[in-house]
Design a binder for this molecule. Structure first.
Ligand SMILES: [Zn+2]
Length: 383
């Protein structure tokens, strides 16, 4: 049986070939339309899955008992260690402990917070590896989880889904928030928070995958071995000061990044309310607030979190972490630090007030401009 018979005449062959072309192009159009519709459908599903469902009630938070016992242990023994610090510890132990405590704190502030959580700058592989090891020294869990929780904190700022909701007071924001499980499931959290940049960072992946062996080696064995091995410090002083007291300090510094607003932020009468959570101008209660080094910068951080100069604890363009980033930038290990200035913010606010754009669009534009300027500076430095 013949399925296909070769056309005899020239005109017949032409008609058949046109029909075939039409048929192929119709099939192609249909196929592309199906692919396009499917990709749109998947994209919509993906977008919907990442959208914040504000109406969905927050899950009841539960006690993380293992973590609570660890926190009680390091706080009680950490206070006890202060006695040994001033009475029997060797000077070298004190200096060494201070040094690795500062490294641990930098791993949290310069590393987890400014580099990985907010991408305020880009760093070379060597610096990212060093910051990852510093963060491991702090003993505050993996960078991946720290960033995930911090981004959740920014996204749901001041709501029940914020793990460190400042509206419930300092004790809740600083202590209770860290002792409870989050108000949404871990998997749901990962769907809502964009972590693609973290997934692509090899050092973050390495630390997440091998957190406990790395913590055991760098956070405990190697760091505690130094005082014992090199200047014959006693076991009690080493464990209490270089071990427990260090963790008590680094854990509190890590928690303060999320509760800083309640310590250093200047609160007062609201002049301009942008939204329920952000107020642009807030005059101080009284001039005496200045003596307590209160500032507007903790509030600024929640509006412009990508500014590398904004300190975690109420400072701007100053402080040890900012100095640390500046030094490494000058040495060429840090690239494209993003910042903004009064003039650009004023222009953006003017456009918002003239209804040329929304406040959210204005912030996006401000960020775009800061990236552009950072690239411009980089090119100028190269010339
Ligand atoms: Zn932040």
């Amino acid at each position: 049986m013949k399925f296909y018979q070769k056309p005899r005449g020239r005109s017949t062959r032409l008609i058949v070939s046109i029909r075939l072309e039409l048929c192929v192009s119709a099939v192609f159009r249909q196929a592309t339309s199906v692919i396009f519709n499917f990709s749109t459908f998947v994209e919509t599903l993906f977008r919907n899955s990442r959208m914040v469902d504000e109406t969905k009630p927050a899950k009841k938070r539960e006690m993380k008992w293992a973590a609570i016992l660890w926190y009680i242990y390091i706080h009680v023994l950490g206070v006890y260690a202060i006695w040994f610090l001033f009475t029997s510890a060797k000077w070298l132990t004190v200096i060494y402990t201070l040094f690795i405590t500062i490294l641990g704190c930098l791993g949290v502030t310069a590393g987890a917070h400014r580099l990985w959580a907010h991408r305020t700058y880009e760093a070379t592989g060597f610096l990212r590896l060093s910051l990852m090891l510093c963060h491991t020294l702090a003993g505050v869990g993996s960078i991946y989880d720290w960033v995930l929780y911090h981004r959740l904190h920014h996204k749901y700022y001041g709501t029940d889904k914020d793990p460190y909701n400042h509206k419930k007071g300092f004790f809740y924001s600083h202590y209770v928030g860290n002792a409870l499980s989050p108000s949404i499931d871990y998997d749901e959290m990962k769907r809502e928070i964009d972590t693609r940049d973290l997934d692509q960072d090899g050092y973050v992946w390495l630390q997440k995958k091998f957190y406990w062996p790395l913590f055991l080696i760098f956070g405990l064995i190697l760091s505690l071995n130094v005082p014992l091995e090199y200047w014959d410090e006693s076991m009690t002083e080493t464990i209490l000061i270089t071990g427990v007291l260090r963790f008590a300090i680094t854990v509190n510094v890590s928690w303060l990044v999320n509760s800083a607003r309640l310590v250093w932020s200047m609160e007062g009468k609201k002049l301009i309310q942008i939204s329920d959570t952000f107020n642009l101008l807030m005059p101080p209660y009284s001039i005496s607030m200045f003596f307590l080094t209160k500032s507007f910068w903790p509030v600024y951080h929640y509006i412009i979190p990508w500014d590398w100069k904004c300190g975690e604890f109420g400072s701007y363009a100053s402080g040890f972490t900012t100095f640390f980033i500046k030094v490494w930038h000058d040495l060429g290990f840090i690239d494209l630090p993003q910042t903004t200035d009064t003039e650009d913010i004023r222009t953006m606010l003017h456009d918002v007030s003239k209804k040329k754009m929304t406040f959210a669009n204005g912030l996006d534009k401000l960020k775009e401009k800061s990236i552009y300027k950072a690239k411009e500076v980089k090119l100028m430095v190269k010339h």
